[in-house]
Design a protein around this ligand. Structure first.
Ligand code: IMP
Length: 187
């Protein structure tokens, strides 16, 4: 299957492509930014994006990806606002907001949206639990990767090899669900 990855985030393109290609799918990037909406869940953002892309006549099948990091002690913040927080105060600013907080539990969530050629839409979710550390560690990955240690590891996402991150990450898990769906449907 030839899948268009609609995102301007190079990190996502690399991760999604490296998961899709071993299964014989070709992925190409479509560098289109969907308009941002005010929403309280990643699912709503993805639903809006899929509808917008469908109405634009964007070439399908296509996949969009919305993700965020949810900090337990901050009642899930930054969550759907992860991009805004990243662009304004950056992961360092988030660490500052978390000074004095002992419970560092957090989770990443990824919602993938699939738009098929017949206009059908489907969503796939993946989550990864872990902890926010107190400093920036590692050069790999992107976004909040240098401040997040997934459960069962002593390295941040940014210290893992790309294939190690994909194996356990929110995006890797969402992608496994998407791959099972397209294989069951024979797409
Ligand atoms: P969005 O999905 O592009 O809206 O991402 C929201 C924010 O979360 C951006 O600042 C991304 O850099 C960040 N982000 C998304 N996915 C990941 C990830 O897998 N690791 C770390 N940061 C991520």
């Amino acid at each position: 299957m030839n899948i268009n990855l609609v995102t301007s985030n190079q990190g996502k393109v690399e991760e999604l492509t490296s998961i899709l290609e071993p299964f014989g799918h070709n992925a190409s990037q479509l560098d289109i930014s969907c308009p941002e909406i005010q929403a309280s869940t990643l699912e709503e953002v993805v639903d809006f994006g899929l509808e917008w892309l469908h109405n634009q006549g964007t070439k399908s099948p296509l996949v969009i990806d919305d993700a965020g990091v949810f900090v337990d002690e901050l009642k899930g913040f930054p969550g759907v606002y992860s991009r805004y927080v990243y662009d304004t105060i950056s992961p360092k600013g988030l660490l500052k907001q978390m000074e004095g907080i002992e419970n560092r539990a957090a989770s990443f969530k990824c919602v993938l949206g699939l738009l098929l050629e017949d206009g059908g839409t489907h969503k796939f979710v993946g989550e990864c639990n872990g902890n926010i550390i107190h400093e920036i560690r590692g050069d790999g990955g992107f976004g909040y990767d240098p401040i997040f240690i997934p459960d069962g590891s002593d390295r941040t996402f940014a210290e893992l090899l790309p294939e190690e991150k994909n194996e356990i990450s929110h995006r890797g898990r969402a992608m496994k669900n998407l791959l099972s769906f397209i294989s069951e449907k024979g797409l």
